[in-house]
Design a protein around this ligand. Structure first.
Ligand code: NAD
Length: 324
């Protein structure tokens, strides 16, 4: 990934708070009264990039829209959307893995994907969590014969945000000026920070590289443990989700050179879904930029990640095949 392409994407969130750009993205959040959904809705409502904001939840539904509707920005809570964000689901408790909640979250994502397929088949869909849920959304869309591989994204941005922060702290750099591509999946060993491709360039001895890679991979579990049963990574996830939406909307509005990593269907790779840096465009994915030059440490991590990733993908695909 080239730094010249990456930089505008990192700037998107900050700019979205400070300009008066007038565009017309209509964004829906499914799961909007949750721990992630509420701050995500606030960030979207506060952005001049968003002109319409539709908020859904199965619980506390009237309040979901009533509260942000009082905010003095132009995004009205209304129907019809071209971007759908799905942070609905049941979060992990301490000691749980994402797989422990697979059936519950698979049902929620499948139900919401069917609703998207029926009501907004042209929208770009963004889902979290991802390793199994993006295959679920894809299979649902295939069943409904509206599948477009350029329009379904798994948000892995939180891994990049964490990697940038940890590297910034370690090397005494402004984290906002650090950009670490994170490829692969979005859970434990499946997420692969490519520190050798970081901008600004950082040189770390192998022991530090191994340690900080582990810190990035286990950051989600660290938050679950630290919060001891309270809602898990909600604010940082909302920030990361909003950053991805703003990058996408920027690209949909014609901005060039917007790059974000995301977990997508990737037929050329050894496993069918993989996160890589993507050049975003008016209709979603403009170009897959691939994984670039990989160090031997990166190659080893990819080899270790693929069996787990393939198993998660298969689980998601089979879940949809087995649903009547
Ligand atoms: P939460 O329990 O606070 O909120 C989830 C919300 O989803 C609830 O308000 C619930 O009512 C709603 N919901 C459930 N089923 C729904 C449906 N069918 N339609 C509409 N809304 C529905 O949980 P949270 O902390 O906001 O986390 C949400 C999900 O995101 C969890 O699955 C969690 O594991 C995941 N997560 C992902 C990351 C990440 O990095 N990708 C980080 C943290 C959490």
């Amino acid at each position: 990934m080239s730094s010249a392409l990456a930089r505008p994407a990192r700037a998107a969130l900050r700019r979205s708070f400070s300009t008066s750009a007038q565009n017309s993205a209509k964004v829906a959040v499914l799961g909007a009264s949750g721990g992630i959904g509420q701050p995500l809705a606030l960030l979207l409502k506060n952005s001049p990039l968003v002109s319409g904001l539709t908020l859904y939840n199965i619980a506390h539904t009237p309040g979901v829209a009533a509260d942000p509707s009082h905010i003095e920005t132009r995004a009205h809570c209304l129907k019809g959307c071209n971007v759908v964000v799905i942070p609905a689901g049941v979060p992990r408790k301490p000691g749980m893995t994402r797989d422990d909640l697979f059936n519950t979250n698979a049902c929620i994502v499948a139900t919401l994907s069917v609703a998207c397929a029926q009501h907004c088949p042209e929208a770009i869909i963004i889902s979290s969590p991802v390793n199994s849920t993006i295959p679920i959304t894809t299979e649902v869309f295939k069943k409904h014969e509206i599948y477009n591989p350029s329009k379904i994204f798994g948000v892995t941005t939180l891994d990049i945000v964490r990697a940038n922060t940890f590297i910034g702290v370690l090397k005494g750099l402004d984290p906002a000026r650090v950009n670490v591509p994170v490829i692969g999946g979005h859970a434990g060993k499946t997420l692969i920070p490519l520190i050798s491709q970081c901008t600004a360039q950082v040189d770390l001895p192998q022991d530090q590289l191994t340690a900080i890679t582990g810190q990035i991979q286990e950051a989600g579990a660290e938050v679950v443990k630290a919060k001891a049963g309270a809602p898990l990574a909600t604010l940082s996830m909302a920030y990361a989700g909003a950053q991805f939406v703003f990058s996408l909307v920027d690209a949909m509005n014609g901005k060039e050179g917007v790059v974000e990593c995301s977990f997508i269907k990737f037929p050329e790779a050894d496993c069918a879904y993989f996160s890589t840096p993507l050049l975003l465009g008016k209709k979603g994915i403009e170009k897959n930029l691939g994984i670039g030059k990989i160090s031997s440490f990166g190659e080893k991590m990819i080899a270790e990640a693929i069996p787990e990733l393939k198993a998660s993908i298969k689980k998601g695909e089979e879940f949809v095949r087995n649903v009547k």
